[in-house]
Design a protein around this ligand. Structure first.
Ligand code: ADP
Ligand code: MG
Length: 457
């Protein structure tokens, strides 16, 4: 917009000001051109930052469809798992008790999506044929104590107008359990209690909850119940009492990770609804699927890549998402995930990670614990920190491995016992030294100091 047109607009506003807008605006009349020029710039600055972006053409039709929270109507490559679940849960529609089940699989394998879909269909069918079936889903990562799960279940059974809530905390657990049984008996029907991410709760709080819930039918007079446990950890039953394990694992379903072709189908189905036709360039879906397949076949990761790539293309103002946008999206997603993990490591863990990186910068690969320890001690000395024992460092290395910042492979050294081969595995677009130094300035000195290395290259 030219300056003159800005001035005209300003006058325009002045006129309106005279017709009732705030008096301040009419003060413009009679100013010099110079002042109006300044005002013009000021007006320009006063434009809302969203003006441009808001009107920008979007490449999405329904962005929501590409988010994890969206419950898709079709779930390609999960017919078998869906059928296994529904063959069992159909018993509820007949008034019988379905078997308890455990569903296993890595994250992003579709466990939650398939279960929600089947439960939703079950409830609808129950309503249609006048059978009382009540699926209740609890996410045990969010609701992660026995008390809270029981109170959540109890409160989920209330009708909208009922306000007699079980308090968030305070009752003895037995009382919450009895209240739950009472409410289930009052309402009757068959309850399908889905405990999602149950491995999280069991590792944190033990298996009492599962013991109690898999025993519910013994307490219920006028209702029936079954428990569906969903776990990201295949070995989670190792944490269970054998009695609970046999009662819960009457039937298992394993959700295998998706391969690249399956992820392509999933992405296409969602993109067809969520993204404008012709907006996806050649090879984009294939690349998102291939990258996610490397990440243990995680559909969530594939969807994130496609959504963020499309956002990147949109921000660039282009009409087609290209493979280069996927690369940018991948770098951003990785950085968003890894940066806070590195930033929030406790100081000692940062120092151990720093020791691994310093060794690598000096050309070492497959670094042994002793070499990490050697450099770590020097790093502590440089910044006046007490150093921990070699045993503790070994524990910290395992933790860094668990967080995905290093890989630590245990190797046997014959009669010299066992050692670890450590390598950092932080994506190359991320600078861990910079992140650590910014988080704790004292660490700057760690990275600028000189080190003696244990082994010769
Ligand atoms: P899990 O519970 O196994 O970690 P989710 O069920 O939460 O995985 O799936 C992660 C994301 O991927 C969700 O957005 C889900 O809708 C989507 N997803 C998973 N499997 C499929 C599929 N077969 N078809 C379409 N979307 C899927
Ligand atoms: Mg899940």
């Amino acid at each position: 917009m030219s300056k003159s047109s800005l001035i005209t607009r300003r006058f325009g506003l002045s006129l309106y000001g005279g017709l009732g807008l705030p008096v301040g605006i009419t003060h413009d009349v009679g100013r010099t051109n110079n002042e109006h020029e300044k005002e013009g710039r000021c007006y320009f600055l006063k434009r809302n930052i969203f003006d441009g972006i808001l009107n920008q053409e979007t490449l999405f039709v329904q962005k929501e469809v590409l988010r994890h929270t969206h419950q898709p109507e079709s779930l390609p490559h999960r017919d078998y798992e869906r059928d296994q679940l529904s063959f069992n849960l159909v018993e509820a529609l007949k008034g019988d008790i379905p078997s308890n089940m455990i569903l296993y699989g890595v994250t992003g394998a579709g466990k939650t999506a398939v279960t929600k879909y089947v439960c939703d269909q079950l409830q609808r069918k129950g309503e249609a044929i006048g059978r009382l079936v009540h699926p209740v889903l609890v996410n045990c990562r969010k609701i992660d104590t026995q008390y809270r799960v029981l109170s959540h279940l109890g409160n989920a059974l209330l009708d909208d107008h009922e306000i007699d809530d079980i308090p968030f905390t305070g009752w003895p657990t037995d009382r919450v359990f009895s209240e739950l049984v009472k409410r289930m008996n009052e309402r009757g029907g068959v309850y399908v209690l889905v405990l999602d991410e149950i491995d999280h709760l069991v590792k944190k709080a033990g298996d009492d909850l599962l013991y109690n819930l898999t025993n519910l039918n013994a307490e219920l007079k006028n209702a029936r119940s079954c428990v569906i446990g969903i776990s990201n950890d295949l070995k989670f039953t190792d944490f269970l009492d054998p009695r609970v394990r046999s009662r819960l694992g009457q039937q298992d379903i394993v959700f295998n990770p998706y391969n690249a072709e399956q992820l392509q189908d999933i992405l296409r189905t969602r993109a067809n609804i969520g993204i404008s036709k012709d907006a996806i360039g050649p090879g984009v879906i294939e690349l998102c699927a291939a990258l996610a397949a490397q990440e243990h076949g995680d559909a969530r990761c594939a969807l994130d890549l496609l959504r963020v790539s499309t956002e990147k293309a949109e921000q660039e103002g282009v009409k087609i998402v290209e493979q280069s946008h996927v690369r940018i999206a991948q770098a951003q997603i990785e950085s968003d995930q890894v940066t806070p993990v590195i930033r929030t490591l406790p100081t000692q863990q940062k120092l151990v990670l720093a020791a691994v990186i310093i060794n690598e910068k000096n050309g070492l690969r497959n670094i042994q614990t002793g070499e990490v320890y050697h450099v770590y001690k020097q790093a502590c000395a440089h910044i006046g920190q007490q150093f921990l024992t070699a045993r503790r460092i070994s524990g910290i290395i395992s933790n860094l491995d668990m967080l995905g910042l290093v890989t630590a492979k245990t190797i046997s050294k014959g009669r010299y016992g066992r050692s670890k081969e450590i390598n950092s595995c932080i994506p190359t677009n991320i600078d861990p030294c910079d992140i650590m130094a910014k988080a704790e300035t004292i660490l700057t000195e760690v990275f600028s100091a000189k080190y003696r290395q244990q082994s010769k290259l």
